[in-house]
Design a protein around this ligand. Structure first.
Ligand code: GDP
Ligand code: IMO
Ligand code: MG
Length: 423
């Protein structure tokens, strides 16, 4: 039995979808632990492209089972759309392979309405507008609605009425008209017919798969990235769940001693969607050029991603937060289109000193300026193999390993599954 954690080390969109699909080739069970449809994970396999939001990426392999764990917040309407979309793309036996925790929480239409109002106000985070933050707030306030309620229509109505009492004054203040309790209740009962058959507990599955003496492989798939973590990320410009290894453990209820491997996925440069500090951001036309070459447009919202150079200070912080020993570097093909590659090796702090530590004080982070080293870029011609790694790329890899203490174990040079090299 092997349990592997695979997660993002930056501000999301590192290529987790591609890499989890790759790592899941022989996986038996792939589990999403937290977040919801704010995630957009892209998998390109032969001539098919899948974009998954709630569903774990390993699901593309016909033998893999997928579990949506209790740490998630799930929009049942958008989940069903996602399942139907993937079914139409020809993925077989899907509904027999997906299970959802009855303890995961519902994202209600009101959560999305609330977020829309907030994000129009000053201080917007630049969220994905999927209702993630408000749903986690409801959960933390103990007014949230676990998916299990879809089995109990009367109780569901009671809980909807109770939570609506909390939201109503807000909607009245902003003069926004929203669906009534009866309307939301009816909508939920409609989707319950297809969601309820998918509900199932994780413990029996784990009992089946986590046996010390068998060859089962389980992958815990991260969403977002370490720097968007609610506790350790660039607060308040973060998501509302824990995105680091600890978050994957808490979101699934799997204990730390069950984990065999932790793999961190990073881009050869950095991107960020939404607002918040980004020390190595390339402003203006040059940043747009990187976005164009890298195809940096959100898989969930279509928003252009902000682009910048690799930030080793932030990366080392993320490696420490997540405890990953293995790294995957994606998108090395994108930097091969540049003549020179810059890498941030330290921050210049507002008091004039330099530091190689990511500051926890958000107001200091805002004022940090990157200190760069410049490297020649590399060539990737034809198929990348361990025997034809350009020395310039090898120097880039060596520097990342030296700085972070983690080992670069995979390189990715294109969206397709086969454009991956184990090194
Ligand atoms: P995720 O959220 O971490 O799963 O990443 P996204 O799917 O949101 O964004 C990553 C984008 O980069 C997708 O369009 C992928 O198809 C693409 N991609 C992944 N790996 C590579 C790579 O090595 N090179 C290139 N050029 N594109 C890649
Ligand atoms: P994947 O899994 C990139 C960002 C949003 C916003 C902040 C809060 O595809 O890497 P939220 O809707 O979660 O409340 O938004 O977090 N964000 C992501 N950015 N990739 C993601 O997911 C993200 N999920 C959330 O842009 O800045
Ligand atoms: Mg994404």
């Amino acid at each position: 039995m092997t349990v592997t954690i695979a997660l993002g080390l930056q501000w999301g969109d590192e290529g987790k979808g591609k890499m989890v699909d790759y790592l899941s080739e022989t996986a038996d069970l792939v589990i999403r632990a937290a977040g919801g449809a704010n995630a957009g994970h892209t998998i390109v396999n032969n001539d098919k492209k899948y974009i998954l939001h709630h569903l774990p990426s390993g699901l593309i392999h016909a033998h893999a089972r997928a579990y949506l764990a209790s740490g998630m917040v799930i929009d049942p309407f958008s989940l069903l759309k996602e399942i139907k979309g993937i079914e139409q793309q020809g993925l077989s036996d899907l509904r027999n392979r997906i299970q959802i925790s009855p303890a995961a929480h519902l994202i209600l239409p009101w959560h999305r309405d609330l977020e829309k109002i907030r994000e129009k106000s000053p201080g917007a985070i630049g969220t994905t507008l999927k209702g993630i933050g408000p749903a986690y707030e409801s959960r933390a306030s103990r007014k949230g609605l676990p998916l299990a309620l879809l089995k109990y229509p009367d109780l569901l109505k009671q809980k909807l009425s109770s939570i609506f009492q909390e939201f109503a004054p807000f909607f009245e203040k902003f003069e926004v008209s929203v669906d009534s309790v009866d309307e939301v209740h009816a909508q939920l009962l409609q989707v319950a017919r297809e969601i309820v058959p998918l509900l199932g507990d994780l413990q029996p599955l784990l009992d089946k798969y986590i046996q010390p003496d068998d060859n089962n492989e389980i992958i815990l798939e991260g969403a977002q990235g370490a720097l968007l973590d609610i506790n350790h990320g660039t607060y308040p410009y973060v998501t509302s769940s824990s995105t680091i290894s600890g978050g994957l453990l808490s979101g699934t209820g799997i204990g730390p001693l069950k984990i065999d491997k932790a793999v961190g996925i990073m881009k050869a440069y950095t991107t960020r969607v939404g607002n918040g500090p980004f020390p190595t951001e390339i402003q203006g036309k040059a940043g747009e050029k990187m976005g164009k070459i890298g195809g940096e447009f959100g898989a969930t919202t279509g928003r252009p991603r902000r682009c910048g150079w690799l930030d080793l200070v932030a990366l080392k912080y993320a490696v420490n937060l997540t405890g990953v020993k293995d790294l995957v570097i994606t998108k090395i093909d994108v930097l091969s289109d540049f003549e020179k590659v810059k890498v941030c090796t330290a921050y210049k702090l507002p008091d004039g000193t330099s530091s190689s530590f990511f500051p926890e004080d958000p107001w200091i982070l805002e004022k940090c300026r990157p200190v760069y080293k410049t490297f020649p870029s590399w060539n990737i011609s034809g198929s990348l193999t361990v025997d034809n790694i350009d020395p310039a790329l090898q120097a880039f890899i060596d520097m990342i390993e030296k700085y972070t203490g983690a080992r670069v174990s995979f390189l990715s040079w294109g969206p397709q599954r086969h454009k991956t090299l184990r090194v």
